[in-house]
Ligand binder design. Structure first.
Ligand code: ARG
Ligand code: ZN
Length: 874
């Protein structure tokens, strides 16, 4: 059943106060007693019947104001607890039972190896106790936990510890009070055996906040990096936004079984171990970076999400788009700004653009959903962040900050909509964002067709920009959007021209943001001394596709000289992309695939100049990902894309062989490991050089990879060598993979890397190998990390998941169906690997559709998966 934004009504009742007593009697059973202060909402529809949400909770008793209710007054079915004839204002007491160990969906309270953990966003709280489980119902929580003291020495909940003690039978209890009213999705409890690392943070107003990190026993040495990251993030938010931590105590818990990456529960963040535990020998540079930003992300939610929260789940991007944007700013400040931007855009292009062009396409603020858990998407998170970034670009950093300050002034403590954010920025800046709001409502990736004309006689340069957006489900026609287009103009020698736009008195420097509002707009630049090369959408100023007929000379000029590093990178991507697309056409027509010398020369220059910024060079030398190339095709033939891209890699490896070998030697990072941006950049370039060389497969290179794998003192270098070997059809391959597992079998996060490396291999035999690995003792469908590592990685393997005989699809179908009965949220993500079948060539299209039909036909399919297959097949 579908929920619509237009049907939003304020709740009929409010619950300002919650007192919970959770008795964790055993792993199998917990007794949950809730006392709720309930009163009618003057803003809601008057009703004498209270309908609370519930899910897999067995209600045993209900009382109002201390009086037990006779069974006729209340009724519980699978989804709701309905109570008739309730007064205006009352205390509702319920007693229920839940079953943590049986909770394989990992929503609500569940067990993991060391105890009890919780995840409530979005609708997990109803799996703990009957409640109005919607974010516009905000309450103060007092929570008492009871558990066995020896097995679960650590008891945690949101807010501040108020009291604790021992009770009979070797058990203990603890009471926590959260002073801030919060929506139920921010509720959290933990009862477990955990080690603790403690520190403190002094806020700029002089308060001292206790910081505690809790990790599995024995893993304390892996917690320090994240704890330091938290302190950095707290400081950054004070400096950048003037936002201070508002609690006396801030706790972070790591758990190995977790559906999400991490969760911003008020004062009690719960993290997937893979996004908190870090140590040089088991974590890559990418992991360190991702952990730093995720710790910051969850912390930033304390203001953008918790203090100001979402009115309903259609507004998810209110907190996620804004928080991802803040996380991106933080990463830009702490690492290389250009590289951070490049990586964000690559993620958008590999994850969000395909989503926006498929059957699950939805606006950043969706208008309807069946299961909100299916809407934690690239569109809500990443495109949502791009929308915030565009507002930042349109009003400027100063006004943006004022807008955010006003947003908090107006909405602190409230549950609001995405409009509240846009309005605050609008009011504080004086900008008109009326048309801009459409970005929140309209799905699909807009395309800008840019054409130009230079008039020698008048030295006038004209850019004509036409926007269009393809139809998406439920939105056959689109309106014109307000698009910020940052541009610069490069002269023939690479120098940038000063910009003067017709009709404006003042010049605009060498870079300016044009506001595109109409379907077609013409911008005229005056006093342009020579025909320029336009640098368009600098720093990726809008989440759009820009179509301009660059020739290779123009792209080489941009690659060499553009003052905007993002567009330098972009020029290299375009250069490669144009040639890849020609190559794919040739390949499919049976013609030989060839590449021109200028490609090797352009990449060679990047490599030669790499010393100034190795991290940037590594990005610039990375060819467009296969999915991004595929997205450009009328009809996707993944094998053709792979073959042609691989041919380009070997072409470059041959032509630049000596330069890559030189880079491999030169960019060593001697001394102790540090995950800082400069060292990480050198490793990235060195390992990229190794990967190119490995595509040629020479025995000496293979030996080099083996040596790197055996002698590496950090996981970045070890894993780079292992992945190179995993894609090499050579005798060293199996030995390396087996040895890696043998060495790391007791480190679950490293086992995940091994599973992923196996599943991502482009070599024949991978489907069978992945099938075998589903039966390997290291794999289980019960643990989301294992599923993401093996099946999630396999799903993005363009060669083997998309094997023409359908074997990859069969494997994914079987596993997804098994998984659906265990953890439907994770299963529906796996099923999404099939959703874009309509974009593929006929053989795969039919096989993928058949897979979806087979999944759809399964009796008892979860709602989560049913939504995905239903939309895909519609
Ligand atoms: N709010 C979390 C974050 O982005 C994500 C929670 C996702 N929930 C889930 N069940 N997958 O920081
Ligand atoms: Zn988030």
């Amino acid at each position: 059943s579908t929920v619509y934004l237009k049907d939003y009504r304020p709740p009929s009742f409010l619950i300002p106060e919650v007192v919970l007593d959770i008795d964790l009697q055993s792993e199998d059973e917990a007794l949950v007693q809730a006392t709720l202060a309930v009163r009618r909402n003057p803003e809601g529809a008057a009703s004498g019947t209270l309908v609370l949400d519930l899910d897999e909770v067995a209600v045993e008793a209900v009382a109002i104001d201390g009086e037990p209710l006779v069974p006729a007054r209340w009724q519980a079915d699978a989804r709701h607890l309905t109570i008739r004839d309730v007064p205006e204002s009352f205390r509702l007491a319920t007693r229920s039972r839940i079953h943590p160990r049986r909770n394989t969906k990992l929503m609500g309270i569940y067990t993991s190896s060391t105890g009890f953990f919780s995840l409530c966003e979005a609708e997990g709280f109803r799996r703990i106790t009957p409640f109005l489980d919607r974010p516009d119902v905000m309450a103060r929580y007092t929570v008492t936990l009871h558990a066995d003291e020896e097995r679960y020495p650590v008891l945690l909940a949101n807010g501040n510890l108020e009291a604790q003690g021992a009770e009979g039978g070797g058990r203990h209890w603890a009471r926590w009070v959260d002073p801030f009213p919060k929506p139920s999705y921010l509720f959290a409890v933990v009862a477990a055996r955990l080690d603790r690392e403690q520190d403190s943070f002094r806020t700029r107003s002089g308060r001292s906040v206790l910081l505690q990190f809790f990790v599995e026993p024995g893993k304390l040495d892996q917690g320090r990096f994240a704890l330091d990251a938290l302190k950095q993030a707290m400081k950054w938010d004070e400096e950048r936004y003037g936002l201070e931590v508002d609690l006396d105590e801030y706790n972070v818990v790591a758990v190995g079984d977790f559906n999400a990456g991490a969760m911003e529960n008020k004062g009690l963040n719960i993290f997937n171990t893979k996004l908190v535990l870090a140590r040089a020998d088991i974590s890559t540079d990418g992991d360190f970076n991702f952990i730093d930003r995720t710790v910051a992300h969850e912390y930033f939610h304390n203001w953008t999400g918790n203090r100001v929260t979402c009115r309903d789940w259609f507004q998810l991007a209110l907190k996620e788009g804004l928080t991802v944007f803040r996380e991106q700013q933080y990463a830009g400040d702490r690492y290389s700004r250009a590289v951070a931007r490049i990586q964000a855009v690559r993620n958008l292009r590999t994850g969000q653009f395909p989503e926006d062009a498929g059957p699950m396409a939805h606006p950043v603020r969706p208008a309807a959903y069946q299961q909100v858990s299916n809407f934690y998407t690239a569109t809500v998170y990443q495109k949502g962040a791009e929308l915030v970034r565009m507002m930042h670009t349109l009003v400027g950093p100063e006004n943006f900050r004022k807008g955010i300050a006003l947003y908090f002034r107006l909405h602190d403590g409230h549950a609001v909509t995405t409009d509240a954010l846009v309005e605050a920025i609008e009011q504080a800046s004086g900008a008109d964002l009326g048309q801009f709001r459409l970005w929140y409502e309209q799905a699909g990736t807009p395309r800008l067709a840019v054409r130009d004309r230079y008039d020698e006689a008048t030295h006038t340069y004209e850019l004509t920009v036409t926007q269009s957006c393809p139809p998406t489900p439920g939105q056959p026609t689109k309106q014109a959007l307000h698009i910020p287009l940052a541009v610069g103009l490069l002269g023939p020698n690479g120098r940038e021209f000063a910009l003067r736009v017709e009709g404006e008195k003042n010049g605009r420097g060498t870079s300016t943001v044009l506001s595109l509002r109409g379907e077609t707009e013409v911008f005229r630049f005056l006093d342009v001394p020579a025909r320029p090369v336009p640098s368009l959408a600098r720093n990726f100023s809008a989440p759009v596709l820009v179509d301009y007929p660059y020739d290779e000379d123009a792209l080489q000029l941009l690659l060499g000289y553009d003052s905007d590093p993002f567009n330098r990178w972009e020029a290299g991507q375009r250069l490669a992309m144009d040639l890849l697309l020609v190559g794919v056409a040739d390949f499919r027509a049976g013609r030989p695939v060839q590449f021109p010398d200028y490609l090797a020369q352009a990449f060679g220059r990047v490599l030669a100049d790499a010393e100034q910024d190795p991290a940037f060079a590594a990005e610039a030398l990375s060819l467009p990902p296969e999915v991004v190339v595929a997205e450009q095709l009328q009809e996707i033939d993944p094998l053709a894309v792979h073959r042609v891209r691989f041919a380009m890699r070997t072409f470059l490896a041959e032509r630049l062989h000596d330069a890559f070998q030189g880079a491999y030697e030169r960019y060593e990072t001697p001394g102790a490991y540090s995950p800082d941006a400069v060292s990480a950049g050198r490793r990235a370039l060195r390992n990229l050089s190794l990967a190119f060389l490995m595509d040629l497969g020479a025995p000496t290179t293979r030996q080099r990879a083996v040596r790197q794998l055996e002698t590496a003192t950090n996981m970045t270098d070890a894993l780079a060598a292992l992945s190179a070997l995993a894609n090499c059809d050579c005798p060293e391959r199996r030995v390396a993979l087996d040895a890696f597992y043998a060495k790391w079998q007791d480190e679950p996060l490293v086992v995940d890397k091994w599973l992923a490396t196996e599943a991502l291999s482009r070599l024949p035999g991978t489907v069978e190998r992945v099938r075998d690995l589903t039966l390997h003792p290291a794999f289980t469908l019960q643990n989301p990390n294992k599923v993401y590592a093996l099946l999630g990685s396999f799903g993005v393997n363009q060669v083997n998941f998309h094997a023409a005989d359908g074997s990859g699809y069969r494997l994914m179908t079987e596993q997804a169906l098994l998984l659906d009965a265990v953890n439907p949220q994770v299963a529906s993500r796996m099923v999404r690997n099939f959703e874009r079948y309509g974009r593929f060539e006929p053989v795969r299209r039919d096989l993928m559709r058949a897979a979806l039909e087979q999944i759809a036909a399964k009796p008892g399919l979860s709602r989560e998966t049913a939504e995905v297959v239903g939309k895909a097949l519609a």
